[in-house]
Design a protein around this ligand. Structure first.
Ligand SMILES: *Cc1c(COP(=O)(O)O)cnc(C)c1O
Length: 388
């Protein structure tokens, strides 16, 4: 790519622009996967049909689901006491399903962390119905909230007071909007741990066997929007009530290998390609994690060495490796930054609509080179901004 001074966006090809996509979600997918997707829309090589027109009951697709289940388990080093499901409805549906399925005893309320925008949504979505139609009215308990700190930091596990009798403990591993990420496992070992990993799933190794249920909508690191990966422990399935609406019942989807009704075939196909890419090209989650850390380190160094020109919004010990959030000195300067970044071919750098500022999302599909380009642009903007 050209040096910045000679670079202007209208000279960039679509391919080059796509490499400079730092969107918070749906996010950039790896180039080699996009090339395969392009081909599969015309015809999947093994089948000779467009991926958009292959039956979900075909052997090719049912085998693909089994293969993807195995790949996810392999990447996470999980054994056979877990099921991998490919569901619809996004993370938002999981907020409600989890609570309806597992938060049922008023004596053992589920415990939640309120650490940012998505936690607040997860809590809202988990609130039980209050229409008197159920005899019991279990509530949930928010055990820690970062709201008064303006969601700038996360709690340490040792500072939480948790109940050993909670139905489950729920948190969000990476707060996508605020740019906060847990660096330690949260919760008690004896209470089922449930985690929304929508924005950092498969971005680095995790202690997957310590979780009873993990869920992630695909559009950040795994594929297109439309499929939500749920990894659930068998022992958790046995805690579900006997009667439960079939479509919401994890056991029904597990038994059908995510083919209970018409699943999002295309989205699952892309998740399969991503897991293959992670295993065969990247070399596994340890390598992916190292690369993601290098990318984030580059940006944070650029921020920290800017003498206050760029200001990180997240507490230093909780900084996210996936979403780097920062501010400039005024809203005008932020608009100028975003405008000029667009003119240089970058996209997706606006902070979430609820907080403003700037956010660079460094999902698996974002390359080291693109991140280097961004640091160069940040340097260039700092040195040429007339307002300082
Ligand atoms: C993006 C994101 C979501 C999105 O939920 P959808 O229902 O898929 O729109 C949920 N949780 C987290 C942590 C996210 O980053």
């Amino acid at each position: 790519m050209n040096s910045l001074t000679s670079l202007s966006a209208h000279k960039l090809t679509a391919h080059e622009r796509n490499l400079l996509n730092f969107s918070g979600g749906p996010g950039a997918l790896p180039e080699p996967v996009l090339v395969q997707v392009q081909q599969a829309i015309e015809a999947v090589p093994e089948v000779g049909l467009s991926v958009l027109g292959i039956s979900h009951r075909s052997k090719w697709f049912t085998d693909l689901v089994l293969d993807t289940e195995e790949r996810v388990k392999r990447l996470l080093s999980l054994k056979n006491d877990y099921k991998v499901l490919f569901l619809q409805g996004g993370a938002t549906q999981q907020f409600s399903t989890i609570s309806a399925a597992f938060n049922r005893n008023p004596n053992w309320p589920a415990e939640y962390l309120d650490t940012g925008y998505w936690s607040a949504k997860s809590i809202e979505g988990a609130k039980p119905l209050k229409d008197g139609s159920t005899q019991s009215d279990p509530t949930l308990k928010v055990v820690w909230s970062g709201k008064e700190l303006n969601y700038s930091q996360l709690p340490r596990n040792k500072d939480l007071v948790l109940s050993p009798n909670a139905s489950y403990f729920h948190y969000i591993s990476n707060e996508t909007v605020e740019g906060l990420q847990f660096k330690e496992l949260m919760g008690l070992p004896t209470v089922p741990r449930i985690c929304d990993m929508s924005s950092d799933f498969l971005s680095a190794p995790i202690q997957a066997q310590e979780y009873s249920l993990i869920y992630a909508h695909a559009q950040k690191n795994l594929g297109p929007a439309g499929v939500t990966v749920v990894v659930v422990k068998d022992s958790m399935l046995s805690l579900m009530p006997k009667e439960f609406p079939a479509f919401l019942d994890y056991r029904v989807h597990a038994k059908a290998h995510s083919n209970f009704n018409t699943p999002p075939v295309f989205a699952i196909y892309v998740v399969n390609l991503i897991t293959k890419w992670l295993e065969l090209e990247v070399g596994g989650l340890a390598q992916m994690g190292q690369l993601n850390k290098r990318k984030a380190d580059l940006l944070y160094a650029q921020i920290d060495q800017s003498q206050g020109f760029y200001k990180s919004t997240a507490d230093i010990s909780n900084r996210s490796l996936m979403n780097v959030t920062f501010r400039l000195n005024s809203p005008e300067q932020e608009s100028a930054f975003l405008e000029q970044s667009k003119a240089q071919g970058f996209s997706g750098l606006e902070g979430h609509r609820s907080v403003g500022g700037v956010r660079a999302s460094l999902y698996n599909g974002v390359t080291l080179q693109a991140t280097q380009e961004l640091t160069r642009f940040m340097d260039y903007f700092k040195n040429t901004d007339p307002r300082i």
